[in-house]
Structures are given as C-alpha cells and as structure tokens.
Write a protein of this length. Structure first.
Ligand SMILES: [Zn+2]
Length: 267
C-alpha cells in the first residue's frame, strides 16, 4: 500500500511539473536571479566578526512596555528532532504567545506536528535555517557544528528554509536565527538584503536545553522587560518546560505580558 501511494504521489508531482512549466520556471529562475545578485554583491567580502551578537543582529524588543518575547528553537538533526509536547501544550492552554524558530530538518522529522502548530494564531513560525548551520561566509564552526562555507551556502541555508516555510504555511518568515545563533556580519547583511532580520537573544533561557529546572526559573525570573528569551522546544527530556510552567504564572502576576517578535520593532 505504502509503495503504491508513493508511486501515485510521484506520478502526480511529475504531472504537475509537466503541466505547469511556466509556474515552475518563473519561481526557480527568480531564485537563481536573486542568488546571482547576492553572490556578485558579497562573494569577495571577508568577514571580521563572529558570534551571537555581531553588528546588526537584533537581541531586544524596542519598547519600554513590560513585555517578554519567548522564542523556542527546533533545531533538527539526529539529536535535535524531538518535540516537547508538554511545553507547547502548556503555552496553548495558558494562551501564551511565542515565536518558533524551526529548521528544515526539524520540519522533515515532524511534518504533522509542524502542520498542527504552524497554523495556530498564538505562534509565529520563523526561520532557523534549512540545515541548522552556523551562518558563516568561510566555514567557521560553533559548538562543534560546521557552518556554511560560502556566500552561496549562506543563501541556500537561509532562503531554502524560508521558501519551504512559505510553501507549507503561506507565510514567508521575517526573522532568521542561524543554527547555534552564531553568524558573521556578512550573513547579517545578506539576510537584510533578502528582507530578513537576524534575531539572536538577550536572555539564555535554557542553554541548549541543558539547564536544570532551577536554572530555567532563575533565567526567566531575572529577565528584564523587552528581553528576547531563547529556549528550545525540541528536547522533551529537558527540564525547560517544568521551569517555564513554574515561572510564567508568577511573571504574569508581576505584570509581564508575553508577545511575539512581530508585535514590536526589534533592536
Ligand atoms: Zn538550534
């Protein structure tokens, strides 16, 4: 049955490609043109900076209001493709908005879960890279993960996942957070040229989902207003959800509101 279904889908795809060559061609050629422009503008540049907060990266909401932006990464890959159902279901039950940065790899590993939550009004889906690579013009690494090696690879890493998310949700992401949050300033300029903002964080909420419940609580409790908090939704075995569940009600009592990134300008 599975094989037959696969064949049917493949046949349909081929028919679709044959029957609409103009549509396929215009999309692809537009992507190639955009890539050529980016290559000619940036290919000769040599990066000077490397880190989570290089020039042009956004780390805060630009407001004096008592708000916090919870952002959750879904990184993908062999050890990062889990799904913290307790966490996301808690946010939904408490009507807490959040921004989810999702990689192409994670989407491929969790298609049904992605479909379920990407259409939910509490959440906005943003770009965490096609292959979850640090965003480097010269192949620098972070946390043992090798980054993109060229301007062309930066383009592919950024744009392929943006187009994938757009195809699946109907919305093109506005924000890009590189895998590991590490990038150079050329990455930031390319993102800006393509119409995206690179978003890092001001509060490390779970340190790659390695924090204990107590550490998660402390990080959240001490977060100043307008913080962008980085946490993870792909490690169900972590204590991230427990720390969050024990802290958010208290923060609400203190007058904090939880918002999506897109509700404010960023700085
Ligand atoms: Zn990640």
């Amino acid at each position: 049955m599975k094989g037959d279904k696969g064949k049917t889908i493949l046949t349909l795809l081929i028919l679709l490609m044959i029957s609409s060559p103009l549509v396929m061609d215009s999309g692809q050629s537009q992507e190639i043109q955009t890539k050529e422009k980016i290559l000619s503008r940036f290919a000769d540049r040599v990066p000077k900076e490397w880190g989570e907060r290089v020039k042009g990266v956004k780390t805060r909401l630009n407001t004096d209001q008592k708000v916090l932006a919870l952002t959750f990464d879904a990184c993908g890959g062999p050890r990062g493709s889990g799904y913290d159902a307790m966490l996301i279901q808690y946010l939904e039950s408490e009507k807490i908005s959040a921004t989810l940065f999702i990689s192409g790899k994670w989407i491929d590993a969790n298609p049904e879960i992605f479909k379920k939550w990407s259409g939910h009004p509490l959440f906005e889906i943003e770009n965490h890279g096609f292959n979850h690579k640090p965003c480097s013009a010269v192949g620098r690494s972070a946390y043992g993960i090798v980054g993109t090696k060229s301007v062309g690879e930066i383009f592919n890493e950024m744009e392929r996942n943006a187009l994938k998310i757009q195809m699946l949700t109907g919305h093109k992401p506005k924000y890009y957070r590189p895998g590991t949050s590490y990038c150079d300033e050329i990455c930031v300029e390319i993102a800006n040229a393509l119409g995206y903002e690179v978003v890092s964080f001001s509060v490390r909420g779970d340190a790659g989902a390695t924090y204990s419940k107590k550490q998660v609580k402390e990080a959240l409790w001490n977060a100043p207003a307008s913080s962008i908090i980085l946490m993870h939704m792909n490690y169900p075995e972590s204590e991230t959800a427990e720390g969050l569940i024990e802290t958010l009600p208290e923060l609400k009592k203190r007058g904090f509101r939880f918002v999506k990134l897109s509700e404010f300008a960023l700085r």
